[in-house]
Ligand binder design. Structure first.
Ligand code: U2F
Length: 462
């Protein structure tokens, strides 16, 4: 028979890199539980769905009304990307365009025998808007990062008019001219795609980001991976005026309040047991996320700082291939006060009472997890949204500091760690972090704005 129009079929398109697909899948899981009559087809690359579905947080929780379908990563067969910049794969995926998505979508439509009635997509996958328009269905975009960086993308053209090329040494570079909600931010904080370097060729990824301010107003609704209660009200108001509808879905990667930790034997690296051995707020946790590869000298500097702070224990999530850059004998010399693991159960680590400070790159999910657990931060931002995030941490929320000088050196890290863990100003910061944790707890609850807005989203897709 023909395709049914009455049944609801939401096609969901992930951006398969970084920590992007996970919050989208979490959003869809939440929606699928509230809208049992709706079928969701979730499109991502094979590699991305493999890593999503093998993580413990998803293995047990995928509702029956979500089906997975593969899309091509757009990498031409036989092309070896080893010697390309890692961002090349992002470009190839985006360049594969609407045709690539459509191929998989057509297959899904015939397999589940339902026309598409709505499209939900990572905001980066702008090709999915083309499909939604072709099918005449609403397009909902998820912005997986901070609202402050989203806000900046709306002013790309205005900023480019004033600052033609990027100058990281620019002394002033204030963005207050945009509107008062930008008064804490400077041009150096902006994602690279907003002000290009002189003569830099603009990548597809960068062009995609630069298009956000034009594309997102087309969305029926833009969903953010954040809580409104944490954002400056002026910024929220300004953003709302720029799109049809903005919904704060909360920290999608976290189910708050956190469930009790799983039995210690499910934590293969023994990180949690290690934390159990230390006193409250005494320990340093270090992780620079999934994408950043710090230069060797910064890895060495972190190690030297940790070793120099003799009485302070640490847990360090360090990728296996970076271990080669540790000073000789570091692991042996620090084995009684430190633990280095290739991957830590970070959410649980940050929620553990022994953690006193988090050394982070400022990735959105990491910061959310830290805010939710009231852990103050030392930030070493590398790229993209991480620089604006650090301003939020340091100057808006006042729950952390940017590493002195902007990158890891032994002395800068020692000073920052002493400051946050031991000094009076650090104490105030720790109190603020604790207060912000309560703000998050309230935002998560039934009286929070997210709980009030979420039903609107369910209505749109239903
Ligand atoms: C990109 O960020 P990353 O994927 O590098 O970083 P996060 O957003 O902070 O997400 C890392 C996640 O991986 C988890 C951690 C976070 O949920 O709990 N994790 C862990 O469980 N164990 C570990 O040992 C290490 C990490 C990008 F680089 C950022 O700029 C963006 O803000 C971000 C989101 O778009 O994506």
């Amino acid at each position: 028979g023909g395709l049914s129009d009455r049944k609801r079929h939401v096609a969901v398109f992930a951006f398969p890199y970084g920590t992007h697909a996970a919050p989208l899948l979490n959003l869809v899981v939440k929606l699928a539980r509230d809208a049992l009559h709706v079928t969701f087809s979730f499109f991502t690359t094979q590699q991305s769905s493999h890593s999503l579905l093998s993580s413990i947080s998803f293995s047990k929780t995928i509702p029956q009304n979500i089906k997975f379908f593969a899309v091509s990563d757009g990498i031409p067969g036989g092309l070896d990307l080893t010697h390309h910049h890692p961002s090349r794969q992002l470009d190839l995926f985006l360049e594969a365009g609407p045709q690539n998505l459509k191929k998989s979508l057509d297959m899904a439509v015939s397999e589940i025998n339902m026309r598409v009635t709505c499209v939900i997509s990572d905001a980066f996958v702008t090709s999915s808007l083309v499909l939604a328009q072709e099918y005449g269905v609403p397009w909902i975009a998820l912005w997986t990062s901070y609202t402050c960086s989203l806000s900046a993308h709306f002013y790309t053209e205005l900023i480019r008019e004033k600052y033609r090329v990027r100058d990281d040494d620019e002394e002033d570079g204030s963005l207050a001219f945009i509107n008062p909600s930008f008064s804490k931010f400077k041009t150096q904080d902006l994602p690279e795609s907003i002000i290009l370097k002189d003569e830099e060729e603009e990548s597809t990824f960068s062009k995609t980001l630069a298009s956000m301010g034009r594309v997102l107003p087309e969305a029926e609704c833009v969903v953010v991976n954040f809580y409104e209660e944490l954002d400056p009200p002026q910024m929220v108001q300004d953003l709302r005026s720029k799109m049809k509808s903005l919904i704060y879905a909360g920290f999608l990667n976290l189910s708050l309040p956190l469930p009790p930790p799983p039995p210690a034997d499910t934590d293969q690296t023994g990180s949690l047991r290690w934390l159990d051995e230390h006193s409250a707020k005494s320990l340093i946790y270090i992780s620079l996320g999934t994408v950043v590869s710090p230069p060797p000298h910064e890895i060495a500097a972190i190690a030297e700082a940790l070793e120099a702070l003799e009485d302070v224990p640490f847990l360090w999530s360090l990728k296996e291939h970076s271990k080669a850059f540790l000073p000789k004998g570091f692991l042996e010399r620090t084995s009684t006060k430190g633990k280095v693991v290739p991957w830590a159960p970070q959410t649980l680590v940050l929620a553990h009472e022994s953690v006193g400070v988090f050394v982070t790159h400022g990735g959105c999910n990491s910061v959310s997890e830290s805010l939710s657990s009231g852990v103050p931060m030392i930030c070493r931002p590398y790229f993209g949204d991480q620089l604006m995030a650090v301003r939020m941490v340091e100057d808006v929320w006042e729950v952390g500091v940017k590493i002195e000088g902007g990158s890891f050196t032994k002395n800068a890290l020692i000073r920052s760690l002493k400051f946050v863990l031991k000094e009076e100003e650090g104490r105030v910061m720790r109190q603020k972090a604790e207060k912000l944790k309560n703000t998050v707890i309230e935002a998560v609850g039934q009286n929070g704005k997210t709980a009030k807005e979420f039903p609107t989203l369910v209505k749109i897709i239903s």
